[in-house]
Design a protein around this ligand. Structure first.
Ligand code: ADP
Ligand code: MG
Length: 472
């Protein structure tokens, strides 16, 4: 078979197993380059594009490839546009290891082959001090972590931990929503510590992987080895500790390791999607330890920071984009940095493979596709919350019997928005918003519609609330 034939088989499989949109954006533009035994090389436009594939579609790609070429199929990427400095490291990676990789983002690409050999890293009998593969992603550094008001505390605390060897932030607990840079910062701290002190045993691990390792150590009766291994590290970085929720067994062993390392004055760094206070189903004694050091929140970047992040990414990827396109993306993609990267990659991909010019029109198209897919599911509760927030009233007043004009109007607007933004029936809307019947809901909808037509001030009020809703 030729590379093209193999790729066609893959495309058939992928087309059946994903949406049209994803297929068109991410797979159709890929070009097969060569087939070497069971290893297929494909060409992607930029390093970002490749990272996106690896993060989001690795399993799909693997399944497609194994279907076409059999079990030990491999995949290599060739990046079309890559700036010279990064090229040797990022150009090529091999996929197709027998053990599925859990978190591909976080594995240093050039370390993959090496670490595959270590089957069970914690059974190393009789060795007191061993060198541990730190499992850090060398592409996540402080250099390319743009500072902004949203991340200043976390970034500087991270730097302090890495540079000054300060132990006053122990543990350092970094939390925030998805795509805001937790994994990036956590790795950057480790990379920086390694750079300053190469002899230190730094270990990065996701809580998911830690949990898996723990579980298999229990099955294999190697729980003690597991604990010893973790007690040996100098700097322990655990990503996404919210995975501890509801897992008492892992919490116990984690508590044990934490206490040991902390009393030995070893640095601990954790990330989580929630603050320690908001973590559910985690033992109190653990939560209180999380609060011993410093907790720093990562928030959504503001416009200026988004702009800087975009400019920096493009510079690193060697991609040129018109100012107005950059500005458009910075203004319109305000959720998180992962989304910004997704949009940039989409624009670059469309331009590179469909021979389109990168202009505002293309950016609008990519952004609107992206945003359409990211729309949250609105609920009556969400709408009530936003409306209450807008009118600065208590959410419980929706339920009150009051005929006060402001409350009645807030209720009516909420019903109108619930009708527009949710799939809830009129009965459900009525029940959730003030416990009203279906006729009242119909009446309210008419009132709001009429007012919207006649009263400009009212119309603007509703529009403002809608804008808040869209910002969620
Ligand atoms: P999280 O772990 O919080 O979900 P990640 O650390 O995976 O988020 O970040 C998502 C993407 O955004 C990564 O590619 C990361 O490099 C990038 N990123 C996040 N914050 C910044 C920043 N301040 N500057 C540059 N890139 C960033
Ligand atoms: Mg992460």
């Amino acid at each position: 078979m030729t590379a093209q034939q193999v790729w066609n088989l893959c495309l058939d499989f992928i087309r059946e197993n994903t949406t049209q949109e994803v297929f068109e954006t991410w797979f159709k533009p890929i070009k097969p380059v060569k087939l070497d035994g069971k290893i297929l090389t494909i060409e992607v436009p930029t390093p970002l594009y490749y990272e996106w594939l690896e993060t989001h579609y690795l399993n799909l790609l693997r399944a497609a490839l194994q279907k076409a070429l059999g079990r030990n199929a491999g995949l290599m990427y060739q990046v079309r546009m890559s700036n010279k400095k990064d090229a040797p490291r990022r150009d090529i990676t091999i996929m197709g290891s027998k053990t599925p990789r859990v978190d591909t983002r976080n594995k240093a690409l050039n370390e993959q082959k090496k670490s595959e050999k270590i089957i069970n890293p914690f059974v190393i009998p009789g060795i007191e001090k061993v060198k541990i593969d730190s499992n850090l992603n060398p592409n996540y550094t402080f250099d390319n972590f743009i500072e902004g008001p949203n991340n200043r505390l976390a970034r500087n605390a991270g730097l302090a931990v890495a540079r000054r060897n300060s132990l006053s932030f122990n543990p350092l607990f970094i939390y925030g929503g998805v795509g805001l840079g937790k994994t990036h910062i956590a790795n950057a701290i480790g990379v920086e510590i390694k750079r300053m002190n190469p002899e230190k045993n730094v270990l990065y691990v996701s809580m998911e992987k830690f949990t898996q390792q723990y579980t298999s150590s229990v099955v294999n009766h190697t729980r003690d080895d597991f604990i010893h291994f973790y007690q040996m590290v100098d700097v322990l970085i655990i990503d996404d500790v919210q995975f501890l929720s509801g897992k008492p067994g892992v919490q116990k062993v984690f508590f044990h390791i934490f206490n040991h390392l902390h009393s030995e004055k070893k640095q601990l760094i954790f990330t989580s999607d929630k603050s320690p206070v908001d973590l559910k189903d985690v033992e109190m004694r653990l939560l209180s330890r999380f609060k011993w050091g410093l907790s720093a929140e990562l928030k959504s970047p503001d416009y200026k920071t988004r702009l800087k992040i975009i400019q920096n990414k493009l510079l690193r990827d060697g991609v040129v984009m018109p100012e107005e396109v950059i500005d458009y993306v910075a203004k319109n993609v305000n959720t998180n940095i992962r989304d910004i990267e997704g949009v940039l990659t989409g624009i670059i991909a469309q331009a590179a493979f469909n021979h389109k010019e990168i202009n505002l029109e293309l950016a609008e198209e990519v952004v609107s596709n992206f945003v359409k897919h990211k729309k949250p599911e609105y609920s009556c509760e969400m709408i009530k919350r936003i409306v209450a927030q807008y009118f600065d009233m208590d959410i419980s007043s929706f339920e009150s019997k009051s005929r006060k004009r402001s409350i009645v109007q807030a209720r009516q607007i909420s019903m109108y928005l619930a009708k527009k933004y949710t799939k809830a029936s009129l009965e459900t809307i009525g029940k959730h918003i003030g416990n009203k019947d279906h006729a009242t809901v119909i009446y309210s909808l008419t009132v709001v519609q009429n007012l919207m037509e006649m009263d400009k001030k009212f119309r603007n009020t509703v529009k403002d609330i809608e804008a808040m809703l869209i910002e969620i």
